[in-house]
Ligand binder design. Sequence first.
Ligand SMILES: O=c1[nH]cnc2c1ncn2[C@H]1C[C@H](O)[C@@H](CO)O1
Ligand SMILES: [Zn+2]
Length: 371
Amino acid sequence: MAGMSLQSTPGPLSEDVVRRAPKVLLHDHLDGGLRPGTVADLAAECGHELPAPREELGRWFAESADSGSLERYLETFTHTVAVMQSASALTRVARECVEDLAADGVVYAEVRWAPEQHVEAGLSLDEVVAAVQQGFDEGVAAVEATGGVFVVRQLLTAMRHAARSQEIAELAVAWRDRGVTGFDIAGAEAGYPPTRHLDAFEYLHRENAHFTIHAGEAFGLPSIWEAIQWCGADRLGHGVRIVDDIEVADDGTVRLGRLAQYVRDKRIPLEMCPYSNVQTGAATSIAEHPIGMLTDLRFRVTVNTDNRLMSGTSMTREMTALSEAFGYGLAELQWFTVNAMKSAFLHFDERLALIDDVIKPGYAALAAESG
Ligand SMILES: O=c1[nH]cnc2c1ncn2[C@H]1C[C@H](O)[C@@H](CO)O1
Ligand SMILES: [Zn+2]
């Protein structure tokens, strides 16, 4: 593919090669990525009743989330959120998140979660953010002690059905030099358009802060249009329904509508989460996922996990499946990874350093191995 200059190692790639390739993750929910055993431990500690025994929990989450509807998918979070109400639980989950992502070959991650959902036992918003940051710091220290590279930032999410977005946006700004790098809104999309939270987005703009918006997942183009043109989102969470504004004629000619054209021209990053979309019904299968077409059309596509527990997934699994379905090799994986790094809410010099010192040399070493 033009612009993918890495000496091409054609796909499909083995899972082992994909795991060792440096990867960047922009869309991963902290409360969607717990280890099943940790859910069981924490539930026992706080007395929360779980729907399945420890050894069946992983399967229970994956099967319950595999529902064809975003609303039913989201119901499973009741159990993870319930066990993440103490500082020690939040710290443990955050530390394990870093350990798991590092073991999966991720080198940079932005992990999102909704502080307002973790204050039921009396912690303040500041205390919950501090507890998560403590876990991230411990996880990074452990990775660095073994000679690894791992950079992580928090994204603070406000729930779109609730009314705390201004407060959460202010929390994100207050923490911006202490590990938080942006803001997001999540939750059921239909009936809760992004413009409900316009005040928060306008505030963030005035503060020179960054945000992404879940849009174009369970609802179509109007949601994407509002997120970009009314709210000014820097990135789109999923954005998969942008294909509704793309026409492919029988002879293969492609015509982009004005919104799709705008998204591509402005290089607005799409945080695509293939397995999650198959579970919620936003895509029918990996092979038919719009990511194939959007990549061919050179939208700024990134690959993400969304919820590793609910989707039983990892960056390695997502990318291996894409490599199998679309024949992607190392050049395409590096392209997704550089796209993601360019789109991160990290300062420009730090993004560049990770691209030049970690990502490109990592892919070059893998290409040399197989070439
Ligand atoms: O894919 C998603 N779409 C909309 N909301 C989501 C998705 N995955 C997780 N969430 C919600 C449930 C979590 O409790 C919340 C904060 O991480 O974000
Ligand atoms: Zn999400």
